[in-house]
Write a protein that binds this ligand. Structure first.
Ligand code: SAM
Length: 250
């Protein structure tokens, strides 16, 4: 998969060199290109923003550098199989980013990301881009970040880990939170009995029983109860919570 990111802070994307995503890049599974928006300005000060028409606080990102940068991305990456990228523009007013969206995006050959700053991009940038490529404005959640870079880090990680070969044990992806509508069950490792400065904390005995059916049943109950307690809005939980009120979930 090819990824292009346009930002005024290209260094913000440095964590994409680390861990599984960094390894996926080195293995040739992810082809990441980071572009500095200021390279597409034409004035001496490399200006990317200006005050908003109509007044108001903050600055707005100018349309010309954005159009030039996005045109460059298309020109640079186009192939017969993927003539244009799917452009994702992070924004708090976008459609919520979900695991389902991550799966859909993981099936695409080429994604591009436009990282806004200040009060965001001049609205005409969206018109320019939408005439050239599919475009989706995506929100990470109902809060406001300073810029799109953190949202891009999250989206690239969520999408990238779904690509075949990125996560070593593909089975670990199956029972995760938000796969199948439930949150994940609690997990434990050694020691089975932990002396936490005088308080002994035990692993639930069923996990030590070797009874795989009982373990699977316990884990499912925990997933349902945890989802009901923390995320009653997730439909799969609300359909199956009856009778599980007494389970101990945080
Ligand atoms: N004035 C904008 C509004 O109210 O919709 C917010 C601008 S915000 C300060 C600057 C940039 O941060 C946005 O252009 C976007 O790239 C990014 N951003 C902020 N919150 C975000 C969120 N919840 N999800 C994705 N991106 C976000």
């Amino acid at each position: 998969m090819r990824l292009d990111v346009v930002s005024i802070f290209p260094g913000y994307l440095a964590p994409l060199d680390l861990s599984l995503i960094g390894k996926a890049r080195r293995d040739g599974l992810l082809d990441l290109h980071v572009h500095d928006l200021r390279d597409f300005t034409t004035d001496r000060h490399r200006t990317v923003d200006d005050s908003p028409f109509g007044g108001g606080a903050g600055m707005v990102m100018k349309p010309e550098p954005w159009a030039a940068a996005l045109d460059h991305v298309v020109q640079d990456g186009t192939t017969d199989d993927a003539p244009v990228p799917h452009l994702l523009v992070p924004g708090p007013g976008g459609v919520p980013f979900t695991q389902a969206m991550a799966h859909a995006l993981a099936a695409e050959p080429w994604l591009a990301f436009a990282c806004g700053r200040y009060e965001g991009l001049d609205e005409r940038v969206y018109d320019h881009a939408a005439e050239r490529m599919p475009l989706t404005v995506v929100s990470l959640g109902d809060y406001v970040l300073n810029g799109g870079e953190v949202a891009v880090l999250a989206m690239v990680e969520a999408v990238g880990r779904l690509l075949p070969g990125v996560v070593g044990n593909a089975e670990s992806l199956v029972e995760e939170s938000h796969e199948g509508g439930l949150l994940e069950y609690p997990v434990y490792t050694r020691p089975a009995s932990w002396d936490d400065s005088g308080t002994v904390r035990e692993v639930p005995p069923v996990l030590l029983s070797g009874d795989h059916a009982a373990i699977a049943a316990w884990r499912h109950e925990q997933r349902v109860a945890r989802t009901a307690a923390r995320r009653p809005d997730l439909a799969a939980a609300s359909a199956t919570v009856a009778g599980l009120d007494d389970l101990d979930v945080r």
